[in-house]
Design a protein around this ligand. Structure first.
Ligand code: BG6
Ligand code: MG
Length: 216
């Protein structure tokens, strides 16, 4: 049976969470806001605009729209500077194997990401051609935990949401998959992603038997 396998990008396919963190930390430091790795967990899967609002809330800082727009541009420019040398070596362990396995089994493969930088990242890492559909931050109006991004991806693949499987590293993303009534698979820590139907530390723990179980 053909199913839709929908992948989040940041933290699932590539380890960009560290770059998002570094770029946000610079903004936070300039504003004298204490912003830690734990706080960064709150930003995973969350849009750029909402991420800035969360950081400002953490520091009890109120800002004009003009300042916010300036910081959003600064953050993204800084983030992009970390991606300049990005190549396939940044693909997380086991991802290639799973993508190839799904291709060999003629499954639908889509991207469902909040990032507006998704396409250049897929190009730089050389995996763009694996994806039959791409839905990213440029295509949605409602951010995760709203299911819009995943529902659109399934629609583009012409596959019923009930036959879709989502790989996610963020709490917001797992909630989005759950409210779309898709199978949610957390990639990361059990303590954080406990709302997921299945949880794996990384893709090296996802084997062919498990994929076959999902397909049949
Ligand atoms: C998500 C990340 O995938 O994309 C978030 O988990 C990020 O941390 C969001 O803020 C938006 O990304 P971008 O690249 O459009 O700033
Ligand atoms: Mg993510």
């Amino acid at each position: 049976m053909k199913k839709a396998f929908i992948f989040d990008l940041d933290g699932v396919i590539v380890d960009t969470a560290k770059y998002h963190f570094l770029a946000w930390q610079k903004i936070a430091q300039a504003l004298h806001i204490n912003f830690t790795q734990e706080h960064n967990e709150l930003l995973k899967g969350v849009s750029r605009v909402r991420s800035l609002d969360i950081i400002l809330e953490l520091g009890n800082v109120e800002a004009s729209q003009e300042d916010k727009d300036k910081w959003l541009i600064q953050k993204n420019e800084d983030y992009l500077s970390y991606l300049v040398d990005m190549d396939e070596s940044e693909i997380l362990p086991g991802v290639f194997k799973i993508l190839q396995l799904l291709k060999d089994k003629n499954q639908g493969i889509a991207l469902g990401s909040a990032s507006k930088n998704a396409r250049p990242i897929l190009e730089k890492t050389g995996i763009l051609s694996y994806f039959d559909a791409i839905v990213d931050g440029n295509d949605v109006s409602k951010a995760k935990p709203d299911p819009e991004v995943f529902l659109k991806a399934a629609q583009l693949l012409h596959i019923d949401p009930k036959n879709a499987i989502v790989f996610e590293d963020s709490v917001a993303g797992i909630q989005a998959a759950n409210s779309a009534e898709m199978v949610s698979i957390g990639i990361g820590e059990k303590t954080i992603l406990h709302e997921a139907d299945y949880i794996f530390n990384d893709f090296t723990f996802v084997d062919e038997n498990f994929i076959d179980k999902l397909i049949n």
